[in-house]
Design a protein around this ligand. Sequence first.
Ligand SMILES: [Zn+2]
Length: 438
Amino acid sequence: MSPRACVDVRIAMKCTCLAATLLLTPGAKLAANPTPLEPMGGTPAINTLPDAPPDTTAGSAQLVGHNEADPVQTVSSKWSAIDILGTLVEPGTRRKLHWNAGQSFSGNTINTPVFVVRGAKPGPTLCLTAAVHGDELNGVEITRRILSYVQENRLSGTVVGIPIVNLLGFSRGSRYLPDRRDLNRYFPGHPTGSSASRIANVFFENVIRKCDRLVDFHTGSFKRTNLPQLRADLTNPAVRKFTGRFGATAVLHKFGGHGTLRRAATDAGIPAVAFELGEPSTLQLDHVEFGVKAIIALLGKLGMVNRFSLWSEPQPIYYRSRWLRAHRGGILTSTMRVGVRVNEGDVLGVVTNPLNNEYAEILSEFDGRILGRALNQFVLPGFAVFHIGIESRDIDENVDSFATESMEPYYGSDGDDIDEPLEGQEDSAERLVDEELH
Ligand SMILES: [Zn+2]
């Protein structure tokens, strides 16, 4: 079956005005900052807001595609401590735990913080992981802000946050583990495998298996940037339902490469998404704020906080994407921004030979939207420059028809590689993606 492109419009509404209004409500008061998180320190970059009062805009709520909360335990007497990493975390408390991420070359044990906020009321366990690639910083800050936002005495369910999974890479500003392995190729890992496989296994077995839902934060890699977007296996009904709870965040269908955390979690029955935002090695506050807003919307939709998020934009969903490549070497220059809609034939950028001044244009081969792009830089022929989410002109090519007609992988099982190529194997990874898409 050929790939079918589609855009699903999930109606949602923006929350900004409602949140501002609630702050001015006489009965509302600013809550004290919850227990400061030790490694984060300082003042949270966002205020810790009181939860909103019960939603009084039920009519509007009906417009939201996935407004229902997940089924949760309703007998509060059964709500008890969660046993994680050998520690019982009681309802209405938060704890800083540690995950043993192996040993350094000096033999010292590396303990990575895991923050557990156990709500006073029953609900799902949402896990947030960031910096599995140690140079991807936006998710670290999003996780920190969400951990500061949730209040254990008002939370229904549990938030488990691991702001820096790959602490060994993070401490060196590197995507990789010290042995140059990509941790996000080894999940769920094995207890007697390679160093990376053992680290992945300990983390997966002791932390991830405690999750009911997983959001794994990433950025583009290797001088590339991404529009904020969810990567998810939309042929999995539970995953697809999960993606509908992030407000207007774009969704790109990808099965997920073998060994990626989200793929391993999904395979283990834990609906998971990779949340891509921006570029590595820098902190982009606009992306951070977008991510925080999306996760707060998610918490509301899961019934974990009593907050109703409204987004005015529809949620675009892309079942198909393609990379446009440079066909000449030289310096890439482009002013096109991620998120821009393009048409077939549009000039997206120029590659100029710095020695003879010859140049070649990069033309869009599709109607669609720029989901990711390479930063301006020197490129070789074949370098993947623009990632285009391809929209369908056919209204009948909707999500439901796709989901029912095509449950088997149609472009392989490794769609994330372009953003997360194997070390030293970027070309083969990209070729694989090409083959999958053709
Ligand atoms: Zn990544």
